[in-house]
Write a protein that binds this ligand. Structure first.
Ligand SMILES: Cc1cc2nc3c(=O)[nH]c(=O)nc-3n(C[C@H](O)[C@H](O)[C@H](O)COP(=O)(O)OP(=O)(O)OC[C@H]3O[C@@H](n4cnc5c(N)ncnc54)[C@H](O)[C@@H]3O)c2cc1C
Length: 319
């Protein structure tokens, strides 16, 4: 079995494209699958609805966007990166990492960008999938691997008055669709959600002096102290930063810790496990109170923060 030739993935004819495996999506999942299929010599095509690879790390560009699993773990095991600049890397570095991996493995020639898969069916007689894109292209494959991700379609609740608010000049957007053209300086910013995105955004906005009240600044910044500051060595010593072995040892150590923690947990009744609560400071900063409270969340979840940006009124904030 051979890998699909370059012209297969880039074909723009209306004839069905036949391939052994079809991957949908170019986030961590799709790229990782592609590399493994390539390694095994399986023919494949990748369909990606956007114009660039990256998934989560292409789409999320909000201030402070970062991973919350240490980068030595949140990267491909076969492509360690010993010189991560942060323990929990920021979006640009993760996006660059994914682009680098894509180029290193020559994956772009298999990817058909701007190809939004909107339906697929399995043919019992042919024993093949028929996959269709929105622009009318058909692909026929024995295997379909979905790497469409679970978080890339932002959920924006129906808020009464949202349209009127926008019509009146207010900006409202989801954290996954950050509108960088909106200058938040001096604005009052309402953040909806207290999950992992919100706790990354709040301190960034505070540091940018976007109008968060003084008493909240202390709480938010105190909460957000990460293990490593920009430029600090992360998880490995300065002298070891450029040695692959150190990163591998670190990753191995974390895996062992996780495994032993899981083993320990599974010996207990699940009901006995402590319920996760939003951490102090996140809730406080989001609510604008000094109280610790339960916002109803179970742990953290990305992609739930909606921002509403209202024009500042004189005297309503501390610039
Ligand atoms: C801000 C943020 C931080 C996160 N941090 C962590 C972390 O620290 N650790 C962790 O484990 N997880 C984290 N996550 C979860 C993260 O989404 C996953 O770890 C991982 O990146 C998901 O990769 P994926 O390839 O499965 O999906 P995605 O990255 O969502 O990629 C899906 C791809 O499929 C494409 N696609 C979707 N539908 C179609 C279609 N119909 N046709 C064609 N293409 C399509 C999309 O355009 C996209 O490129 C984080 C998420 C966010 C939003």
């Amino acid at each position: 079995m051979t890998v699909a030739p370059e012209q297969t993935a880039e074909s723009s004819t209306q004839q069905p494209v036949h391939t052994r495996a079809l991957i949908i999506g170019t986030g961590f999942s799709g790229l990782g699958m592609a590399i493994e299929l390539q390694r095994r010599g399986v023919e494949f095509v990748i369909l990606e609805k956007a114009a660039e690879i990256g998934g989560t790390w292409r789409d999320n560009t909000y201030p402070g966007c970062a991973c919350d699993i240490p980068s030595h773990m949140y990267s491909f095991s076969f492509e360690p990166k010993p010189d991560w600049q942060h323990m929990w890397s920021f979006q640009p570095e993760i996006f660059d990492y994914l682009k680098g991996v894509t180029d290193k493995y020559g994956l772009r020639r298999y990817i058909q960008f701007n190809s939004h898969v909107d339906r697929a069916h399995w043919d019992d007689d042919e024993l093949r999938w028929h996959v269709f894109t929105k622009d009318g292209h058909e692909f026929v494959a024995q295997f379909v691997v979905s790497g469409v991700g679970g978080l890339h379609i932002p959920l924006i609740p129906e808020f009464d008055g949202l349209d009127e608010y926008r019509d009146a000049g207010g900006a409202a957007f989801h954290s996954a669709q950050w509108d960088h053209s909106v200058d938040l300086t001096g604005k009052r910013v309402a953040i909806i959600g207290t999950g992992a995105s919100a706790i990354q955004i709040v301190p960034e906005l505070v540091l940018r002096d976007a109008g968060v009240a003084d008493q909240d600044i202390e709480l938010a910044v105190a909460f957000m102290q990460r293990g490593a500051e920009p430029g600090d060595p992360v998880g490995v010593g300065q002298a070891e930063r450029h040695q692959r072995g150190a990163a591998a040892i670190f990753a191995d150590l974390v895996v062992k810790l996780l495994q032993s923690s899981l083993r320990a947990r599974h010996r207990h009744d699940v009901r006995a496990l402590p319920r996760k609560r939003p951490r102090r400071g996140v809730t406080d900063a989001a609510r604008g109170t000094g109280d610790e409270g339960d916002a109803g969340g179970e742990g953290f979840c990305h992609g739930v923060a909606l921002f509403a940006v209202v024009p500042a009124k004189a005297g309503t904030h501390t610039p």
